[in-house]
Design a protein around this ligand. Structure first.
Ligand code: CU
Ligand code: CU
Ligand code: CU
Length: 348
């Protein structure tokens, strides 16, 4: 009996488990870079260089160890590249996306193919590496790259809501002028979550008992202090790396380039604000309330007359959970799409 059981176990290992452990998926994607205009805040839109026409760029969701190929075509009038921030490019350094160091920038009308293995899991992101102070800080050249770990923690396995929060700022003075802006003396005057300022972004909808993971990504050039009301946030990962000793906070500083994963037990039904605690970041060009804020809405809480978002049309495809339930691949998101900038009327 025991021998048969042993034989069955060995068979299962070699036919099912062993190939699953060794198998690296091949993932092949295409990205274009286009000149579009996106609406950021009421009365404010900005010209951007947009991956697949949207800001943030499409969600790229893969597994640790996958072999990723990305074909990039530059349809704009300026050169670009893509840096895969958090990928260590082990043995593939020419795919690191730094012009003048690992490649020539991708010129207008040209294409480039990146190939790399996702050697590190976690909350990563991708962004242009040409004139970063303009292209990343003001022109929306960034998107999330989420790499699932082969061995998730017990707490991670309990997550029911996976929310991506990409933070950034904008400069209205240069919004209409490609090739300018982002210098150290310039001042941001609009601030956003996933490229939309309050009230143009979306509420985060949860139900009691949800386990929410907030993936904060600092895509702008100013530090932001994200504060969640009514709940503790357990910081479990920094820059994609799981922390040996997770710690509780109610406010987390997210600097340029940084990522924090916070796990939150949704156990306090109501309406709770989440916002940047730097006052200026909660305004649209000085007008309160705006900028980097959103509201956690629990299922079953009646929307009363004073609630500013009571008539809000909900769009689930805003990188707040539904986006991460699509499985593995590259996913465009309708709410982030821009409008084409008219050729010829563009000023440089
Ligand atoms: Cu660029
Ligand atoms: Cu970076
Ligand atoms: Cu507050």
């Amino acid at each position: 009996m025991n021998l048969i059981r042993q034989a069955v176990r060995i068979m299962i290992f070699f036919t099912v488990l062993f190939p699953a452990l060794c198998w690296a998926a091949q993932r092949e994607f295409s990205l274009t870079i286009d000149e579009v205009s996106i609406d950021v805040a009421p009365g404010f839109s900005s010209k951007v260089f947009a991956f697949n026409g949207q800001v943030p760029g499409p969600l790229i969701h893969v597994m640790e160890g996958d072999d990723v190929t990305v074909h990039v075509t530059n349809n704009t009038t300026l050169p670009h590249s893509i840096h895969w921030h958090g990928v260590n490019q082990t043995g593939s350094w020419k795919n690191d996306g730094v012009p003048g160091v690992t490649q020539e920038a991708i010129q207008p009308g040209e294409s480039f193919t990146y190939k790399f293995k996702t050697d590190r899991p976690g909350t990563l992101w991708y962004h242009c590496h040409v004139n970063v102070w303009e292209h990343v800080a003001l022109r929306g050249m960034w998107g999330p790259l989420i790499v699932d770990p082969k061995n998730p923690s017990e707490l991670e396995k309990k997550v029911t809501k996976d929310v991506i929060i990409m933070l950034s700022g904008w400069e209205s003075a240069y919004a209409n002028t490609y090739g300018k802006g982002g210098a150290s003396q310039d001042v941001d005057d609009y601030f956003s979550i996933n490229a939309k300022s309050y009230p143009m972004n979306q509420p985060i909808r949860v139900k009691k008992g949800d386990v929410m993971r907030l993936r904060f990504i600092g895509a702008g050039d100013e530090q932001q202090q994200m504060h969640l009301h009514g709940h503790d946030m357990l910081i479990v990962a920094k820059d994609g790396y799981p922390l040996a000793q997770p710690y509780f906070v109610d406010t987390v500083p997210v600097g340029p380039g940084e990522r924090f994963d916070a796990i939150v037990q949704m156990n306090n039904p109501g309406l709770f604000i989440m916002h940047d605690h730097i006052d200026k970041h909660m305004s649209n060009n000085g007008a309160m309330m705006g900028g980097t804020m959103t509201v956690i809405e629990y299922d079953g809480i009646p929307m009363e007359s004073w609630y500013a978002w009571k008539d809000k049309v909900y769009d689930p495809n805003f990188f707040y959970s539904e986006s991460m339930k699509q499985g593995y691949g590259l996913f465009n998101s309708a709410p982030f799409m821009g409008k084409p900038v008219e050729q010829g009327r563009r000023r440089r």
